[in-house]
Design a protein around this ligand. Structure first.
Ligand SMILES: Cc1ncc(COP(=O)(O)O)c(C=O)c1O
Length: 388
């Protein structure tokens, strides 16, 4: 009766079942997987949401790519000296997840493939599947710094591959696209007629970027879509405002925009109040953005300090984003450790396999929690990893 776009098996895994059981019993858990910035005790500017009540929002003036005032505000906020964003090339979406869906509809027929980085965040399976697109994995390799395994990109590319996805900073590795990988990827995409989709939602949160880290914003040699959104940049996921910046050769960009206009006009999914309020939300979001920057640095430094007393674990240094990967001895086993942490210490961390981290054993921790909670829980996590 149901579409094969959805997973065939819907059962929860042992970890999710144990977690749900503890929550049902009302056990207090320390959540080191939290990715929702509204639930980690940050303070937002008073009246930040007042612009949503602007009377202008009583008028519905549907525009497929969104209201120009909002597109201008976004273009101004993301432009950089080397990439001046034209508001005409900014398309509003309800979220980054929705942006992927729109782009898969633009680029792919059912059964076509897109190249997806591994490790990366787990939503890609669903995002591609729901649009009847197949994700073909390519690898990121950690040689002290993560970089694209180019052979795996070449091996995954087929005649029906339509796009290559880049996530920079990546979730969960925090790694950023290297300049040399960008050059290679652009040449590869041109040769094989692929578009590039670059998810840069975490670009406002550098931690320890390497000098050769680059963005794809404004890339002009190949059709490129750079994604961002308020969910991360202003820590307001509930407002549902994301964007796509289109760039590339003029003719191809014009062709893409013509088609995207049809798709966006079909849904018109971005609410008017959030568009009217966009410029003030972007300005007001700076306060919480700075607070998050400060917090992720503080938690990361604390984690490094704690780790220095535990020689058998290593913290893989993130270049940006809200999460960090910790390598643990392979003998422990990811599943056994995260289950023990959950059941014995009531601490929630993700195992590396959630994010498809191959080779070795890893845990993934969020850098967003309150610093006192984080320091205490991280000490317990690393001590437990060391002791087992
Ligand atoms: C790399 C990355 N892109 C996109 C998203 C989803 O963002 P949005 O809330 O805008 O859909 C997430 C969510 O955590 C993410 O980690």
């Amino acid at each position: 009766m149901f579409s094969s776009r959805l997973p065939a098996h819907l059962e929860s895994n042992a970890f999710s079942i144990a977690l749900a059981g503890l929550r049902r019993k009302g056990v207090t858990l320390v959540d080191l997987t939290v990715s929702n910035p509204t639930q980690v005790g940050l303070s937002y500017t008073a009246n930040l949401l007042a612009p949503l009540a602007d009377k202008k929002s009583l008028c519905y003036d549907p525009a497929p790519f969104g209201l120009m005032a909002a597109r201008e505000a976004i273009a101004a906020s993301i432009s950089r000296p080397d990439a001046n964003v034209n508001p005409d090339l900014v398309i509003l979406t309800a979220s980054t997840s929705e942006a992927y869906g729109l782009l898969f509809k633009l680029l792919c027929d059912p059964g076509d493939e897109v190249l997806v980085p591994q490790p990366s965040y787990p939503l890609f399976d669903l995002l591609t599947g729901l649009d009847a697109v197949v994700s073909a994995l390519y690898r990121l390799e950690d040689h002290g710094a993560w970089s694209i395994d180019r052979d795996s990109v070449t091996a995954a590319c087929r005649p029906n591959t339509r796009a290559v996805l880049v996530v920079s900073p990546n979730n969960p590795t925090g790694s950023m696209l290297r300049g040399s990988d960008r050059e290679w990827l652009v040449a590869f995409a041109r040769e094989h007629g692929l578009a590039i989709i670059s998810d840069e939602v975490f670009s406002d949160y550098p931690i320890d970027p390497r000098p050769d880290a680059v963005s794809l914003l404004g890339e002009s040699r190949v059709l490129t879509f750079t994604l961002g959104g308020l969910s991360k940049s202003a820590a307001l996921p509930q407002l549902k405002l994301g964007w796509i910046v289109v760039s590339g050769p003029d003719r191809t960009v014009a062709d893409a925009l013509e088609r995207l206009e049809i798709i966006c006009d079909t849904y018109l999914s971005v609410s008017t109040p959030v568009q009217v309020a966009a410029s003030q939300l972007i300005a007001g979001g700076a306060v919480v953005r700075d607070a998050i920057r400060q917090r992720i640095h503080q938690n990361y430094r604390e984690l490094q300090r704690i780790a220095s007393a535990h020689p058998s674990v290593s913290v893989l240094s993130p270049e940006g984003g809200w999460s960090v990967v910790v390598r643990i001895p392979e003998t422990i086993g990811e599943e056994a450790l995260v289950m023990a942490l959950l059941e014995q210490a009531h601490i929630v961390v993700h195992p590396g396999y959630f994010f498809d981290i191959q080779r070795g054993a890893h845990m993934v921790m969020s850098l967003l929690p309150d610093p006192d909670l984080f320091a205490d829980a991280a000490s317990k996590v690393l001590a437990m990893a060391e002791a087992r």
